[in-house]
Design a protein around this ligand. Structure first.
Ligand SMILES: [Zn+2]
Length: 289
């Protein structure tokens, strides 16, 4: 829909600026950027410090969806196991967790399941009931796998002394991932060493129709505020520290293998723009005005 517009004025840093983007050969053949949503940014900011309220595993409804009925294009694939999907903020937190896991174990966190749609929840329940252990699968429609905030990691169900389980117990909560009380040994049945849940609170992002746009920009508005413009969203950075933290976190994600977020310029090179240009850019990109 933006094809008829002119290119942005010179001096603007956009996602496809050759000075900041990876060379074309290394870019994935996608037509649509999975841009870093506000929820993902919130998760990244949260990842910089301890997550509060991590003792519970309560899950609420999110978005317009029901448990197990979330379309895959509303979810985000896990980068090192793209057949598995989670809510975008849960993936962002898991990517950060995995970077630390890799340092310890020299490989990615093994995963066997994540989002589970309703038909597969029904199937899991039937399979376990057929073996006389209905309690090993949630009642269909009630599984946290159906909310796209649970994973099963690749260890045995009773691997309470497995180094991966022990590492996760010590480390995962700082990224908002916990082993829920019900799955603990001696907790409510079933005891599942492999089952982990994300506890970050989802913050819905306003959706727009501009999802086919793949341009983002970082600019300094005439009032001195540095702003991240992206399709359907806009983030103001109140202080240089805030911007630099965000920039570090994006660099961290890119180092961890994320190819769908743009590299960010140094604060000193962020271009200042007039209000006319700012409004032009917001419309071009599809950011709210
Ligand atoms: Zn599970």
């Amino acid at each position: 829909m933006h094809n008829t517009l002119e290119a942005p004025p010179p001096g603007i840093i956009a996602a496809d600026n050759p000075g900041t983007a990876p060379p074309p050969a290394s870019r994935p053949p996608v037509s649509r950027r999975i841009f870093l949503s506000a929820a993902a940014i919130a998760a990244l900011v949260a990842a910089a410090g301890p997550v509060v309220g991590q003792a519970t595993s309560a899950r609420a409804d999110w978005g317009p969806y029901r448990n197990g009925e979330i379309p895959l294009d509303a979810l985000t694939p896990i980068p090192w196991k793209p057949s598995l999907y989670l809510r975008s903020d849960a993936v962002a937190a898991l990517v950060a967790l995995n970077a630390s896991f890799r340092k310890q174990f020299g490989r990615d966190l093994p995963l066997s399941d994540a989002y589970r749609d309703l038909p597969n929840q029904v199937k899991a329940r039937q399979d376990w009931c057929a073996r006389g252990h209905c309690e090993n699968a949630a009642i269909p429609g009630q599984s946290n796998h159906g909310w796209a905030v649970a994973i099963d990691i690749g260890i045995p169900i009773d691997a309470w002394t497995n180094p991966i389980y022990l590492w996760m117990k010590s480390n995962a909560p700082q990224w908002g991932w916990i082993h829920p009380n019900w799955a603990e040994p001696g907790g409510q049945k079933p005891d599942e060493a492999w089952h982990w849940e994300y506890t970050g609170v989802y913050k819905p992002t306003p959706e727009t129709s501009a999802t086919e746009n793949n341009v983002e920009a970082i600019v300094k508005a005439p009032n001195g505020i540095v702003v991240h413009l992206r399709p359907g969203g806009k983030t103001n950075f109140g202080t240089p520290q805030e911007y630099n933290l965000f920039r570090d976190q994006i660099a961290f994600l890119r180092n961890a293998g994320a190819t769908d977020v743009m590299a960010l310029p140094e604060l000193s090179t962020v271009p200042g723009v007039t209000w006319d240009t700012f409004i032009y850019l917001s419309r071009y990109i599809g950011a709210p005005e």
